[in-house]
Ligand binder design. Structure first.
Ligand SMILES: *Cc1c(COP(=O)(O)O)cnc(C)c1O
Length: 394
């Protein structure tokens, strides 16, 4: 399909047909094949010379690019409404390559304090060794102006956040980044391109852990960065240097998963809302963190900037750590596992997973308590999910 990024195609049509080669007027497969080749032949030394001079875009070696990866990239770019995308071996490869494409020794980053644990630890443990200073801001972006100086280069945010589902006002973040000429990068993993498209709102780069909702079946580790062609060329160079390129087999599963993203996310939103309402009414539950609930501090913002409230939620048990452990050990349908965005519903305790080596002060800032349970809602029947929660809370 040509011009799949054109407005007239809806997001689900772009998810299915975007990036795929034209299949009209040919006797060919519908499904994009896995090009399982590490290297590619050249027709002549003349063609190779042109490649070396940067005058053609021939495939040479899969770390530099591969036809299966290209389809995945074009599909995700179409879905996010961006010019280009770079797929990577993991979400962390996309995050580290995007940040390092934008930063050098002496630069500063402003980042939300509430981040995916891996991103948080990368900035806490590795960036200082590289001479990169990280300054943290709350999800309300309250102190932004006082944190910016002439060395600030990047504004990095995540919304909704893991695990308490706090939101960052995307319009506010973009306006600040533009005013201070910062490169804006956003982790859109929790929202998915179905629920929000930050590029359309002015963001420079979007990153995803494609391991999660994009692939959607808990069977690959994958990532992607999305943005304009210039930025994606820089990210691609960083991936080539650091080696975080995607395997073509993973790209095949990613392409396959994305085709059903729209219906999966819709169902997860519906199930999550039902589960959130059930938990909120339960006597053993102290608090439910779900942006779809009126009690959530960012409910109004979620209504404004998201097209649905997502499939992720968290809750705090009144009995604290022992109660959370008992609950997680007793679920029978929900599975006790890390990760999210797949078809199976999962529970996890952030203090034993994403937030494992953090101080009490760090946990407090992240809004995580020892009794917090994070839930990733899958595609099961919501009545069965609620029954399982009932028996585990009993
Ligand atoms: C899982 C996750 C990541 C890291 O992605 P990997 O694919 O595990 O490397 C980054 N950000 C968010 C929000 C995540 O949930």
């Amino acid at each position: 399909m040509k011009n799949i990024t054109e407005r007239k195609f809806g997001p689900q049509t772009r998810a299915i047909h975007g990036g795929e080669p034209s299949r009209h007027g040919v006797n060919g497969p519908i499904v994009t094949e896995i090009i399982r080749s590490s290297t590619f032949t050249f027709s002549s030394t003349a063609e190779m010379k042109l490649w070396a001079e940067g005058k053609n875009k021939a495939y040479i070696y899969t770390r530099y690019g591969n036809p299966t990866l290209t389809v995945a990239q074009k599909k995700i770019a179409a879905l996010e409404g961006a010019e280009a995308a770079v797929v990577t071996s993991s979400g962390m490869a996309a995050i580290s390559s995007s940040l390092l494409a934008a930063l050098k020794n002496g630069d500063e980053v402003i980042s939300t304090a509430q981040l995916y644990g891996g991103s948080y630890r990368l900035m806490r443990d590795i960036f200082p060794n590289m001479g990169i200073t990280v300054r943290q801001v709350g999800t309300d972006l309250a102190d932004l102006e006082s944190l910016a100086n002439s060395r600030t280069k990047v504004l990095y945010v995540e919304t909704p956040t893991n695990p308490t589902l706090r939101l960052v006002d995307i319009h506010k973040a973009v306006a600040f980044a533009k005013k201070h000429k910062l490169i804006s990068i956003i982790d859109n993993t929790f929202a998915t391109p179905v629920l929000q498209n930050p590029i359309a709102l002015g963001y420079d780069m979007v990153v995803h852990s494609a391991t999660k909702s994009l692939a959607g079946h808990s069977d690959i580790i994958a990532g992607v960065a999305v943005g304009n062609s210039n930025w994606m060329e820089r990210v691609r160079q960083m991936v080539i240097y650091l080696g975080g390129s995607m395997d073509p087999g993973a790209a095949y599963l990613l392409i396959r998963g994305i085709k059903t993203l729209g219906v999966r996310v819709e169902r997860q939103c519906e199930n999550a809302m039902a589960v959130a309402k059930f938990l909120e009414s339960h006597s053993r539950v102290a608090r439910v963190h779900y942006p779809g609930l009126k009690s959530h501090p960012d409910h109004a913002l979620a209504r404004k900037q998201m097209r649905g409230f997502g499939g992720m939620l968290a809750f705090d048990l009144k009995g604290g750590l022992p109660a959370a452990r008992r609950f997680c050990d007793r679920v029978q349908l929900f599975l006790l596992a890390a990760s999210l965005g797949g078809v199976e519903s999962l529970v996890i305790m952030p203090i034993y997973s994403s937030h494992y080596n953090m101080s009490n002060e760090e946990l407090r800032r992240a809004g995580v308590s020892p009794g917090t349970v994070r839930v990733s809602i899958g595609l099961e029947d919501k009545e069965d999910l609620i029954e399982d929660l009932k028996q585990a809370l009993r």
